[in-house]
Write a protein that binds this ligand. Structure first.
Ligand SMILES: *[C@@H]1O[C@H](CO)[C@@H](O)[C@H](O)[C@H]1NC(C)=O
Ligand SMILES: *[C@@H]1O[C@H](CO)[C@@H](O)[C@H](O)[C@H]1NC(C)=O
Ligand SMILES: *[C@@H]1O[C@H](CO)[C@@H](O)[C@H](O)[C@H]1NC(C)=O
Length: 245
């Protein structure tokens, strides 16, 4: 009977995998999505979690609980001291991982959706001006080398990143067609290989179940042969007994 018990144990083990998903982690998203912004920009942080339960959302900034209990937290006009890590927790979720916001008090700022990309992903860099002042003669640099120049403002777009795009970027231009300003340089990291992700949960369970079934088969086959052997020796004994009569 023990193979059956083993199977049950393995099936239970496979089912345990679903438990952790009962309380998903909340996720903080930024709208607009830039994690580096300028002073006086508007930023809304949204707490995405369970949609099945109502109740207050908790917000933390640098580990201090904020008074807001709404599912989104708006910063109408960002200040440098709004920088730092934000996290949230909505009803029925675990507290989110922190999201870091940087508020800079400068004229020009390089922005991107992601600072770490995989080979083949696209990269879009934005040269953002304070209070969205118009900017002309816009240049983007990689590792100090000019990569793009436009008279009218334009983003810098790379359709498919390669290892050669890994580097430090900044932008420069004439704000209001007068003021020659450069942004701080920021690293864009292009990762060569997609990291090996762990086996997705449903597949993992399938593997466990398959293993259990396989094990049961092996054990059953063993059982079959041992029963067959017992039967053979029993028959042999009977035969011998018959002869002895
Ligand atoms: C952040 O700085 C602003 C002025 O820039 C000030 O009015 C505000 O009280 C500061 N907030 C905190 C939490 O220090
Ligand atoms: C990419 O650049 C980072 C620094 O931004 C550097 O540490 C890393 O070694 C570079 N990777 C490759 C593959 O060139
Ligand atoms: C801005 O200043 C740099 C030197 O700091 C110069 O090389 C560049 O040509 C200037 N840009 C414009 C558009 O005048």
């Amino acid at each position: 009977m023990w193979p059956l018990r083993l199977l049950t144990a393995l099936l239970l083990l496979a089912a345990v995998g679903t438990r952790a998903e009962d309380h998903p982690k909340a996720v903080v998203t930024l709208d607009p999505e830039w994690d580096r912004v300028l002073r006086d920009d508007k930023v809304t942080l949204k707490c995405q979690g369970s949609h099945t339960e109502d109740g207050p959302t908790q917000w933390w900034h640098k580990e201090h609980l904020l008074p807001s209990q709404a599912p989104s937290y708006s910063i109408e006009s960002a200040k440098v001291n709004d920088s730092g890590e934000y996290s949230c927790q909505s009803p029925g979720t675990q507290r989110s991982d922190p999201v870091r916001l940087q508020v800079h008090a400068v004229w020009l700022l390089l922005q991107a959706r992601h600072w770490v990309v995989q080979v083949g992903d696209s990269i879009r860099l934005r040269c953002h001006t304070w209070k969205n002042f118009p900017i002309y003669k816009v240049q983007y640099f990689q590792d100090g080398v000019g990569k793009q120049y436009t008279y009218q403002y334009s983003d810098f777009y790379i359709e498919k990143a390669t290892a050669a795009h890994n580097g430090s970027y900044f932008c420069r231009g004439l704000i209001d067609n007068r003021r020659n300003e450069s942004s701080e340089a920021v690293y864009v990291t292009v990762q060569g290989l997609r990291p090996l992700t762990s086996v997705p949960a449903p597949f993992g369970r399938l593997v466990t179940i398959s293993l259990a079934v396989g094990l049961l088969f092996v054990l059953d086959t063993g059982l079959y042969f041992s029963v067959w052997k017992d039967l053979q020796s029993l028959l042999k004994k009977r035969e011998e007994g018959g002869h002895m009569k």
